[in-house]
Design a protein around this ligand. Structure first.
Ligand code: SAM
Length: 218
């Protein structure tokens, strides 16, 4: 299978041979990212924020979620501190071929990919970015997060990333009433989130996807 995928909304995604998984929904990478991570997760928090908002993303991948978060922070003129972990990075050469600038009309996508690992980088006055080259299992942040983008590969491919233990670890680094959003609404995900310390809400998914989850830290 080719590494590059063109999803139904015209946006690119990638295929991981290691996990036999694509990075996004085949129905639309950009639609999925906007619907779940931006519109359901970050935007309502950012619109109501009176100070900086701390975001954690599991799985930097193509950088699409981070790119949209950055551009939202700039357009709302609200400060975001964005931390993301990635264990198996996409190369800069591959990232440079992704069509996210063309589809969004935004610029400087590669700033995220060129940003050094393990360093807080002031990408714009509103967007402080830090990516960590590590696994979610190993990662511990000094921050307490307001919003978590949980974008691991599917529970069938990586069941170890959708456990009560992982979600409890994330809950311990999430503010009370902070939100976690994710594309998977499987029963095992809901149960693991509840056991990890979240209240789980089901929301309409993007396109033909029936449900996605928004979880609130108790
Ligand atoms: C569904 S993709 C993420 C898509 C990404 N958010 C984007 O916008 O392109 C899952 C990502 O998690 C990464 N990953 C897999 N196992 C991991 C682990 N144990 N810790 C951290 N990252 C991991 C993969 O390499 C992949 O980039």
């Amino acid at each position: 299978m080719e590494r590059f995928i063109i999803t139904e909304d015209g946006s690119h995604s990638l295929f991981s041979a290691k996990f036999n998984q694509q990075y996004h929904s085949l129905q639309g990478a950009l639609d999925e990212s906007k619907h779940i991570y931006i519109n359901l997760g970050l935007k309502p928090v950012l619109e109501n924020a009176s100070g900086p908002v701390y975001v954690f993303e599991m799985g930097f991948g193509t950088g699409l979620n981070a790119f949209l978060a950055w551009k939202l922070a700039d357009s709302l003129q609200k400060q975001v501190f964005y931390t993301t972990v990635e264990a198996y990075p996409v190369s800069e050469d591959e990232a440079a071929l992704l069509n996210y600038e063309a589809l969004t009309g935004e610029t400087d996508f590669m700033e995220l990919h060129k940003s050094p690992w393990g360093v807080q980088n002031n990408i714009s006055p509103n967007f402080v970015f830090q990516k960590e080259l590590t696994t979610i299992e190993e990662f511990n942040s000094g921050h307490i997060f307001d919003v978590v983008f949980y974008d691991a590969f599917d529970p069938r491919a990586q069941p170890e990333l959708w456990t009560a233990e992982i979600f409890a670890k994330i809950a311990a680094q999430t503010k009370q009433a902070g939100v976690l959003v994710t594309y998977s609404s499987k029963g095992i995900v809901k149960r693991a989130l509840r056991a990890g310390g979240f209240k789980v809400e089901r929301h309409k998914g993007p396109g033909r996807k029936t449900h996605v989850l928004k979880a609130i830290k108790l």
